[in-house]
Design a protein around this ligand. Structure first.
Ligand SMILES: Nc1nc2ncc(COP(=O)(O)OP(=O)(O)O)nc2c(=O)[nH]1
Length: 276
């Protein structure tokens, strides 16, 4: 299955690595490291050199308890980096935002993917994303980042996540977003307990029934800390293990902080699948 990201056509039957570039002061694992444009661009260059096909630029931390960011602040953070990265890098520039104004502006600056952890739920977001005419990743979230981890509950997490994504796809298509421009993401850690996250990863291959490429983001997340007891910056082995599982279960994009290691794991999975 091919997808066109602002002129760059990619085979989504392959697994691609998305490098995380948080231009924020407070992201849960790398906040403050890349929130100057020169440092951000250097990091993006390195991730592309390490094999990333996508660079996901975000100006707002979505971890529980993060300080909300004004639209203007988000624009000030991401636009210079998106513009420079889109101009210089041989990669698809994705923008991690829920703000329609940021979607519109960054699409004009060359972004090739809108990555919205709030599944286009902000007023105007579906229409603006349709107007941008670039693919959109619609992610499941239960509640809002500030309170989503207080007491997440599901009767059947896979069924309820699938139903939410199906409803958000309906809204997206009604707004004019073409079905071939939609990617889906179960939203690991966004209103889920450890058990919920594990069930979603265990049954990830069943989500292909929704008919769209899957994006998976588990890198360095607390689910891995709960399993291993490792601190946030000691979770590389666990992150690579989880990325490998997602790749084996058919994820099309894996969103990670540690690109080089994940690219190697994805290459091994691809080689084994090829031989099978
Ligand atoms: N599609 C998608 N986007 C995401 N954006 C942010 C985070 C949270 O991780 P990170 O960006 O490292 O942290 P923060 O939100 O604190 O910046 N996770 C996802 C995810 O799982 N899927």
């Amino acid at each position: 299955m091919k997808m066109n990201f602002a002129g760059r056509e990619l085979d989504m039957s392959r697994c691609h690595v998305m490098g995380i570039l948080n231009v924020t002061p407070d992201s849960f694992s790398d906040g403050g490291q890349f929130n100057r444009p020169d440092a951000a661009l250097a990091r993006a260059r390195q991730m592309v050199a390490d094999g990333a096909t996508f660079i996901d630029i975000g100006g707002e931390s979505t971890r529980p308890g993060a300080t909300p960011v004004s639209v203007q602040e988000e624009l000030d953070r991401v636009c210079p980096v998106v513009e420079a990265a889109a101009r210089e890098l041989d990669a698809v520039i994705s923008v991690d935002t829920s703000a329609p104004e940021v979607m519109a502006e960054t699409a004009k600056l060359g972004a090739g993917l809108i990555n919205d952890v709030r599944a286009l739920q902000r007023d105007g977001a579906p229409e603006v994303a349709a107007q941008a005419s670039i693919p959109v990743c619609i992610m499941h979230i239960q509640g809002e980042p500030d309170t989503m981890q207080d007491r997440p509950e599901y009767r059947n997490v896979r069924r309820e996540v699938s139903a939410f994504l199906t409803e958000r796809m309906r809204v997206a298509e009604l707004a004019g977003i073409r079905p071939e421009n939609i990617l889906l993401d179960p939203g690991f850690g966004f209103g889920k307990s450890l058990e919920h996250n594990l069930q979603l990863l265990a049954c990830l291959e069943q989500m292909h029934i929704l008919g769209h490429p899957l994006l998976v983001g588990v890198s360095r997340k607390s689910m891995l800390g709960h399993i291993t007891g490792r601190d946030v910056n000691e979770r590389l082995p666990a992150s690579v293990a989880a990325a490998t599982i997602a790749a084996m279960k058919g994820a099309s994009i894996i969103r990670v902080h540690d690109v080089r290691e994940t690219v190697d794991a994805v290459r091994v999975v691809a080689a084994v699948k090829e031989a099978g």
